[in-house]
Design a protein around this ligand. Structure first.
Ligand code: GDP
Ligand code: PGA
Ligand code: MN
Length: 612
């Protein structure tokens, strides 16, 4: 048995509860070595990964890694929220009893780190000394060095985050064991992977993957599932899959903060890294706070809704990122940023990377290029059009590398929230933007957020895959209780945030083109929303919210065909009436759904009937 005390003493980790926890799990997983990690270990661990082949050089201060080919995405079916109370069972959280899951995972993990190092990573999922920091501390134990390097980018790490805890035992116990990836039956009926959050014991047990979304336990399991459970349990906060931005109007000096949820791959990162359209000059500035997670609470002295990003980095989708779509993201991976690329295409001779959409055409000279599985592109059969990079290939970089990172992103205070927006990929029905003043209607709108089922999925034409508040994969407890908590928290807010629903993805039914150019132009509807909040515009009232009139929307320098403009600024009442039926079925699944939400549903239904 490895000498745990010696390793912990050498690192200065003094928290007794953490020391007990490390000993407990070292006895189960049986590593050969133990190492406590702090920010100062980054260069050394990178060097070790380069020597072991876990990383390869991808240009000055940039690194390339490849994951096992069956381990490239989050697995929702294998993800479970366990508690000691069946009342926590919801529609989406795959609830299981805590005792059953703890026993199962302990057995799966037993002896699995033999021959390996157990890295002990104390982390904090918040800026230091933030209002919510007491729920943000955790210690991840992992037997994967690349996972350590990813976590060091995505969270603040070091023993100081647990040594100074007011209550020594108040940290999330997050155990990650990789397992024998080649023998886990990923995606088969005999799948051995388990990703479990034992929410009421503040424990996370993940076995069988070293891919980011399954293995960076601070980010998704703690930042979203555990955070959501703690926020509800204490009645103090919300943990949401939201982006968070600041918008400054330099002409008036006004500054706004907007947060909001779009389902995965619906544009959060792109919005958070947005540059204002060229045609708008330098009047506006968009500041990045976060692109994936926001924790929200009410400041007791001012009554304001506050928000912060618990993460310290970006785990972004590489596909389609280029100079035109997202120059900010590209610069966050510049030489010297110590970015880690995962599962993109790689060229060891050039020490370079490529992904679909990086440039319009792939590199013409195939010499040296390897696809994400490591197969030479030059050896491909003619006609093989499979992508070079995995569609879910990623870049991992710290917030400080993001060119439009807000100056105060790391400050304790957080920022006051002016608006909460929801948006999905909807090809029809949803206008460019509709604003909602009423809080219950706003929460109702979030609960009925969805993304279109793809052509491959079963389901009714025009029916959404509902994704409440974009949290479906991260729901920690029952949806009705979640709605109640959301309403109760907002009831304490004095200056209520304005809600809105946005849609960048409406299509022309004839030729299928996107009728709104999107990306940088998305600033325009958000500016309208802030003017509406300030009472400078009034918009046009519809059954489903207030939408901009054509002349209220700043379209300077944007050449939109009138037909497209009409389409994004109108409401298709019959389609909406059909949607209301789907929504009713969706909401009916939830236990204890607050009456206010049903009232909002009936109000919107009635208003639509009156408008038709
Ligand atoms: P996230 O997973 O929610 O952070 O989504 P991303 O920002 O990574 O975007 C997912 C995909 O949507 C990428 O392929 C983007 O290029 C695309 N996308 C993002 N914003 C827009 C937009 O405004 N219009 C269109 N047409 N596509 C967008
Ligand atoms: P995302 O989550 O899909 O929302 O970006 C990260 C992941 O898949 O690991
Ligand atoms: Mn996400």
């Amino acid at each position: 048995m490895v000498d745990v005390d010696a390793a912990l003493d050498a690192s200065g980790l003094t928290n007794e509860a953490v020391r007990e926890y490390v000993k407990h799990w070292a006895q189960i997983t049986q590593p050969d070595r133990i190492e406590v990690i702090g920010a100062e270990d980054d260069d050394r661990l990178i060097q070790e990964c380069l020597e072991s082949g876990e990383f390869q050089p991808a240009g000055e201060g940039r690194y390339y890694s490849r994951s096992y080919s069956k381990d490239t995405a989050r697995s929702e079916e294998r993800t479970i929220v366990a508690t000691n109370d069946e009342k926590d069972k919801g529609v989406y959280n795959n609830w299981r009893p805590a005792s059953e899951m703890k026993e199962k995972l302990t057995e799966l993990m037993r002896g699995q780190s033999k021959g390996k190092t157990m890295y002990v990573l104390p982390y904090l999922m918040s800026p230091r000394k933030n209002e919510l920091s007491q729920w943000a501390a955790g210690v991840e134990l992992t037997d994967s060095r690349p996972v350590v390097l990813h976590m060091m980018r995505m969270s603040r790490v070091g023993v100081e985050h647990v040594n100074d805890l007011p209550q020594q035992g108040n940290f999330v116990r997050a155990v990650h064991v990789t397992g024998d990836l080649e023998n886990l039956g990923q995606g088969t009926p005999d799948d051995k992977r388990y990703f479990v959050t034992v929410a009421d014991e503040r424990m996370i047990l993940h076995f069988g993957s070293s891919y980011g979304g399954n293995a960076l336990l601070g980010k998704i399991a703690h930042g979203l599932r555990q955070g959501a459970y703690d926020g509800w349990d204490t009645k103090k906060f919300l943990a949401e899959q939201y982006m968070l931005i600041g918008i400054t109007d330099k002409e008036t000096g006004k500054r706004y903060h907007i947060t909001g949820g779009f389902p995965s791959a619906s544009g959060k990162t792109n919005l958070a890294m947005m540059l204002p359209p060229d045609a708008m000059g330098d009047r506006y500035q968009v500041d990045f706070y976060g692109d994936d997670i926001a924790w929200l609470w009410v400041d007791e002295s001012t009554g304001k809704l506050m928000g912060m990003n618990p993460e310290f980095g970006v785990f972004g989708v590489a596909k389609d990122t280029n100079e035109k779509t997202n120059p900010t993201a590209l610069h966050s991976m510049d030489p010297g940023t110590k970015v880690i690329f995962t599962n993109v295409a790689y060229n060891p001779k050039l020490e370079d990377v490529w992904w679909e959409g990086r440039t319009p055409e792939p590199p013409a000279d195939l010499d040296g290029w390897l696809d994400w599985k490591g197969e030479p592109i030059a050896d491909r059969e003619p006609g093989d059009t499979s992508p070079w990079a995995h569609p879910n290939s990623r870049f991992t970089t710290t917030l400080a590398n993001v060119p439009n990172a807000a100056e105060d992103f790391d400050e304790a205070a957080g920022v006051p929230i002016d608006a909460i927006i929801f948006g999905g990929r909807t090809r029809d029905r949803e206008p460019l933007i509709r604003a909602i003043h009423d809080v219950a209607e706003g929460v109702y709108d979030g609960l009925t957020l969805g993304a279109e089922a793809t052509f491959a999925a079963e389901g009714v034409e025009g029916q959404l895959r509902y994704d409440p508040m974009s949290n479906r994969p991260f729901m920690a407890y029952g949806e009705g209780d979640y709605a109640r908590h959301y309403l109760d928290l907002l009831a304490q807010v004095k200056d209520k945030p304005l809600f809105a629903h946005v849609n960048w993805f409406q299509k022309d039914p004839e030729d299928g083109h996107y009728v709104w150019p999107g990306f940088r132009e998305n600033l325009r509807p958000l500016l309208w929303l802030m003017r509406l909040k300030d009472g400078e515009v009034t918009g046009r009232k519809t059954a489903v919210g207030i939408i901009p009139t054509e002349d209220e929307l700043d379209l300077e320098g944007l050449d939109l065909p009138q037909a497209d403009l009409d389409r994004i600024l109108s409401i298709d009442v019959p389609r909406w009436q059909q949607e209301m039926g789907f929504r009713e079925e969706h909401l009916n699944q939830f236990d204890r759904l607050p009456e206010e939400i049903w009232e909002a549903h009936r109000r919107v239904t009635k208003a639509l009937d009156e408008q038709s």
